[in-house]
Ligand binder design. Structure first.
Ligand SMILES: Cc1cc2nc3c(=O)[nH]c(=O)nc-3n(C[C@H](O)[C@H](O)[C@H](O)COP(=O)(O)OP(=O)(O)OC[C@H]3O[C@@H](n4cnc5c(N)ncnc54)[C@H](O)[C@@H]3O)c2cc1C
Length: 481
C-alpha cells in the first residue's frame, strides 16, 4: 500500500519517544526545529511515490500484486536494482539531503536472503518471520531505517574483548517470548522519525561472539529506546532559526542537513517474531556483505542526486558573479559533471551485474558496489573542492540575513554585495548558503564514512579481485610458461 505523507506524519505524532536535543528532553519531537527537517525528508519519499511520473521507479509491485513503495521492495531482478539507483538519485536531488529510508531498504534486502540461508542450514524459521514482518511493513507503508554501526569502543579490540561488553549491541537476556537487547548504535540517519528500526551487527562475528550476533526489528517508540540527536554547527543554526525567524541563512530550507544521532537500546525487549538472527555467528559476515553491496551500490545514486544539486548551485554562483562564461569555470563544471556521472555509472553497473541469491532475490555485484562507493567517496569531496573554488569565499564569510534586515547597516551590506542589476542580493546569499550547506557541513564526512570508511572498500576490492587469473593472463601474453 502507498500512504500519503500526512498519514505517516499523523502516525508519528501519536508515537511517544524519549528524544534529547542539545542536552534537553524534547516533548513534541515532531515539531522540534532540529527534527522536523528529517520528517520533511521522509514525507517527500511518500509524496514522490504517489506521483504518476515516478510510478514504477519509486514504486514496485509486491508478490500480492499490490503497488508498494520501492523502499520496502526486495529486488527480484537486476532491473529492480537499477531502479533503486535511479530512485535514490531522483529523491536525493529533490531534497538535497539523506532520504533516510535507504538503510532500511538495504537491511531488508540483506535479511531476506540471509534468513533464507540460515533456515536452509539450521531448519530455523527466520525467513518466515522476516517475510511476515515485511508484509506488515508493506501493508502500512512503514518508514524503516537500518541500524548497523555500533559505538565500538576500542577499535583494536573485538566485542568480547572490550572493557564494557555493551559497546557492541548484544542480547542480555533470553525470555520465553523474546530477547532483551542492550547497546548503542551511532550515526543513525533519520532513526528518530522511523516507524521501525532494523538492527544488524556491525562486523563479522566469531563463534564465541554469539550474544553479539543478533538481528531484529523494533518499533521506533519501543520502551527502552533513547534518541540523542547529533550536535554540530548546523544544528545550532536550526535552533536559532526558530528564535530569529531565519530563512535565507539556512541553506536547505525544508530538508536541512543529514540528521543522525545516537540510538541507545536501554534493555529493549524484542519478541521472537521480530528476531531474524540470533547466535548464527557464521552468517554475520554474509549479512554484512549483502547489506554493504546493496548500500554501496545504491549509494552511487544517492551521491549523484546530491551532485545534481551541488553542480546546480556552483553554476548559479558562477552566473550571479558573472564568471559563467570563463573557460576554466566551464571546464570545472564539466569536470564536476564527469565525476558525478562516473560514480552514478558504477552504481548502475553494479546493479546491471546483480547476482541472484539462493532465496531468489538479487544483490548488486559486490566488487562493483565497492568500486561505486569508492568512486563516490573520491568524486564527491572533489566536487566540493571545485565548488569552493568556483564560488569564492562568500560561502563561509557572508553576513547573516539579520544584517541585511538591520536598519542601520542593512542597506550598505546590500549595496556592497550587489553584483549587477539583475541579481537580487538575497538570491545570491541563498545560493551561497546552499553551497555552505554542502562544503562546510556533515556531507563530506557522510560521503566518506557512510557505507563504511574507504579502507573497507579497498579490503573488499582486494578480496574480490581475481589476481591469480590476471597473473595468468599476463604470463600468457608475456610468453611465460
Ligand atoms: C553522516 C553519516 C550518516 C551515517 N548513517 C548511518 C546509518 O544510517 N546507519 C548506520 O548504521 N551507520 C551510519 N553511518 C555510520 C558509518 O557507516 C560509519 O561512520 C562508518 O562505518 C565508520 O565507523 P566509525 O564512524 O565508527 O569510524 P571508525 O570505525 O572509528 O573509523 C575511523 C578510522 O579508523 C579506521 N579503523 C577502524 N577500525 C579499525 C581497525 N580495527 N583497524 C584498522 N583501522 C581501523 C577506519 O578505517 C577509519 O579510517 C553514518 C555515518 C555518517 C558520517
Amino acid at each position: 500500500m502507498l500512504i500519503k505523507p500526512e498519514e505517516y506524519l499523523e502516525r508519528l505524532k501519536s508515537s511517544r519517544r524519549v528524544v534529547y536535543v542539545f542536552g534537553r528532553r524534547v516533548e513534541d519531537f515532531t515539531s522540534h526545529p532540529n527534527i522536523r527537517p528529517i520528517i520533511n525528508s521522509f514525507m517527500e519519499t511518500y509524496r514522490l511515490a504517489l506521483m504518476d511520473k515516478y510510478k514504477g521507479i519509486l514504486t514496485a509491485v509486491n508478490e500480492e500484486g499490490e503497488e508498494i513503495n520501492r523502499f520496502l521492495h526486495v529486488a527480484k531482478s537486476p532491473e529492480d536494482l537499477v531502479k533503486r539507483v535511479e530512485m535514490m538519485r531522483i529523491v536525493n536531488s529533490r531534497i538535497g539531503t539523506c532520504n533516510y529510508r535507504c538503510t532500511g531498504h538495504d537491511a531488508i534486502n540483506a535479511l531476506y536472503p540471509v534468513t533464507y540461508e540460515i533456515d536452509e542450514k539450521y531448519g530455523t524459521e527466520y525467513h518466515r518471520r522476516f517475510r511476515r514482518f515485511l508484509r506488515e511493513a508493506k501493508r502500512n507503508d512503514y518508514a524503516v531505517t537500518g541500524a548497523m554501526t555500533d559505538v565500538k569502543g576500542d577499535r583494536a579490540r573485538r566485542p568480547s574483548e572490550q572493557e564494557d561488553p555493551d559497546l557492541y549491541l548484544r542480547v542480555v537476556e533470553e525470555r520465553r517470548n523474546g530477547i532483551v537487547v542492550r547497546g548503542a548504535k551511532i550515526h543513525q540517519s533519520g532513526a528518530v522519525a522511523a516507524d521501525y528500526i532494523i538492527v544488524i551487527p556491525t562486523r563479522a562475528m566469531r563463534p564465541e561472539e554469539a550474544q553479539w550476533s543478533v538481528s531484529f526489528a523494533v518499533p521506533g517508540d519501543s520502551k527502552g529506546l533513547i534518541y540523542v540527536h547529533q550536535w554540530n554547527s548546523y544544528e545550532a543554526k536550526f535552533l536559532l532559526r526558530e528564535e530569529h525567524g531565519l530563512d535565507i541563512d539556512i541553506g536547505n530550507l525544508r530538508y536541512g542537513i543529514r540528521g543522525t544521532g545516537m540510538v541507545i537500546f536501554n534493555d529493549v525487549f524484542v519478541p521472537w517474531d521480530n528476531v531474524f538472527m540470533y547466535g548464527e555467528t557464521e552468517f554475520t559476515g554474509r549479512l554484512i556483505e549483502y547489506f554493504s553491496a546493496h548500500h554501496r551500490g545504491g549509494g552511487a545514486g544517492c551521491k549523484a542526486g546530491f551532485g545534481d544539486v551541488l553542480i546546480g548551485a556552483a553554476a548559479l554562483a558562477a552566473t550571479y558573479e558573472g564568471v559563467e562564461k570563463a573557460g576554466h569555470i566551464r571546464n570545472k563544471l564539466a569536470y564536476m559533471s564527469y565525476l558525478n556521472e562516473k560514480a552514478y555509472s558504477t552504481g548502475l553497473a553494479a546493479a546491471y551485474k546483480g547476482v541472484r541469491t539462493a532465496s531468489g532475490s538479487y544483490i548488486p555485484d559486490p566488487l562493483l558496489s565497492d568500486v561505486a562507493k569508492l568512486a563516490a567517496a573520491e568524486g564527491f569531496p572533489e566536487m566540493l573542492k571545485i565548488t569552493a573554488d568556483i564560488a569564492g569565499g562568500l560561502a563561509v564569510t557572508g553576513p547573516s540575513e539579520l544584517d541585511l534586515r538591520n536598519p542601520e547597516v542593512g542597506k550598505l551590506v546590500k549595496k556592497y554585495l550587489k553584483t549587477r542589476a539583475d541579481v537580487d542580493v538575497e538570491d545570491r546569499l541563498r545560493v551561497y548558503r546552499l553551497i555552505e550547506n554542502w562544503v562546510a557541513s556533515p556531507h563530506m564526512v557522510g560521503a566518506i564514512q557512510g557505507g563504511g570508511p574507504p579502507q573497507t572498500q579497498l579490503i573488499g576490492i582486494l578480496r574480490k579481485t581475481d589476481f591469480a587469473r590476471k597473473m595468468e593472463l599476463a604470463k600468457r601474453i608475456a610468453g611465460i610458461e
